[in-house]
Design a protein around this ligand. Structure first.
Ligand code: ADP
Ligand code: MG
Length: 377
């Protein structure tokens, strides 16, 4: 049975030390990044109950043995972000001498917050190493996984650590599971799924799992290209996946895959959906009761080909449907859109790959590990 942090009382955790796994693997504008912002309620929850907090995260992909703490592999920025938001000192620990770290944590008072340097700078995090997990576990009394977006990865601070400590799903993890499970098991109809991005192969599981449940799949990006190629339309130099053509043909038979009726082409490449398609997709979005969206519908890094994705984001914001949006790129689209009435039933998932695996019906290693943990606080 999975245990939830939200059910713990002050008496349970007062004076205890929480190892809080988060996902601070972010870049760009931090202040509106959901992975950073959405972790704040969990930290406040723990502070109110007088727990000490040791925050764990990874960042980027440091090369093997890389030790020099350069700016783009250091989590220092996250300590500054948290200090700013919480108006509280964050003790950033830039080494992995676990004995020293343990002594330091003990010497601090309740409600202190520590942030450990990028866990990928230690051997064993990636390999789900039990020895590393045990060392990490020695720093605290209980463990909270609030890193839904890395829960599909077998990492020491996500999976192995649950063998050594009472383990809980954090508030953010709980909301991810709640919203995504509802979409899986109890979708409101009509359910419209919008799929874009580069590759079908990433989204195969989701398409399969929802082929019976969804009413329409509105496709764009490289995914739409692959579907169009499966209908023998000329693709020029457009991005599409040759080895996915048989799957694409099979899915088309469902009659639920809605293809673009016009596209924007530049240098022999299809790079965005056209105006007719925007209108067609927006009409279906307006009628939806539930929307799931992953992946931009065009090559939106170039302003000229961002119109389709922006228009779809607007249509989603204007609809009355519950909308679940995931993927780093896709959630970014909701940052800059000026909309007077901000949609209330909009859930921005922090998971890209994790959300796709979850909605594809896969078991996520980090979530399974929480469910199997039997240690009690
Ligand atoms: P997300 O990060 O939201 O999950 P993906 O990683 O699946 O989305 O895909 C995003 C990428 O897909 C973007 O870099 C975007 O430029 C690219 N893309 C979308 N449409 C096209 C297209 N028509 N041609 C080439 N690349 C595209
Ligand atoms: Mg991406």
């Amino acid at each position: 049975m999975m245990e939830f942090l939200s059910l713990l009382k002050k008496d349970d955790i007062e004076g205890k030390t929480c190892l809080l796994r988060v996902d601070f693997n972010v870049s760009g504008d931090l202040s509106s990044n959901p992975r950073l912002v959405k972790i704040l309620p969990t930290i406040k929850f723990l502070l109110e109950k007088n727990a000490k907090i040791v925050i764990l995260s990874h960042l980027g992909r440091p090369k093997h043995g890389e030790r020099a703490v350069s700016k783009n592999i250091s989590l220092k920025f996250a300590a500054e972000f948290l200090e700013n938001k919480l108006k509280k000192k964050i003790d950033f620990i830039d080494h992995f001498d676990f004995y020293k770290i343990g002594e330091k944590i003990k010497s601090f008072s309740a409600s202190s917050i520590f942030l450990l340097e990028n866990l990928r700078l230690i051997d064993g995090e990636d390999g789900n190493d039990a020895k590393l997990a045990r060392k990490l576990a020695s720093l605290g009394d209980f463990y909270v996984n609030d890193a839904f977006s890395v829960s599909h990865r077998k990492n020491a601070s996500v999976v192995a650590i649950t063998k050594f400590l009472p383990s809980y799903a954090g508030l953010l993890m709980e909301s991810e599971i709640k919203y995504l499970s509802a979409a899986m098991h109890n979708p409101k109809k009509p359910l419209v799924i919008i799929l874009g991005g580069a590759k079908i192969s990433d989204k195969l599981g989701l398409i399969k799992n929802f082929l019976n449940k969804a009413d329409y799949f509105l496709v764009g990006g490289g995914i739409a290209n692959t579907f169009m190629a499966a209908q023998d339309l000329p693709m020029g130099d457009s991005l599409y996946e040759k080895d996915m053509l048989p799957s694409a043909k099979k899915f088309l038979k469902s009659g639920k895959i809605v293809l673009p009726s016009d596209v924007i082409i530049d240098e022999r490449k299809i790079l965005d959906i056209g105006l007719k398609t925007i209108k067609k997709y927006s009409d279906l979005i307006e009628k939806a009761k539930m929307i799931i969206w992953n992946g931009p519908v065009g090559y939106f890094e170039d302003e000229r080909f961002a119109k389709g994705s922006k228009a779809i984001a607007k249509a989603v914001l204007n609809s009355k449907a519950r909308a679940i949006i995931g993927g780093g790129e896709t959630t970014l689209l909701f940052k800059n859109i000026k909309n007077k009435k901000r949609k209330t039933n909009l859930f921005l998932s922090t998971g890209g790959g994790a959300m796709l695996e979850f909605l594809g019906g896969k078991k996520l290693a980090g979530i399974e590990a929480l469910a199997y943990n039997k240690l009690k606080i």
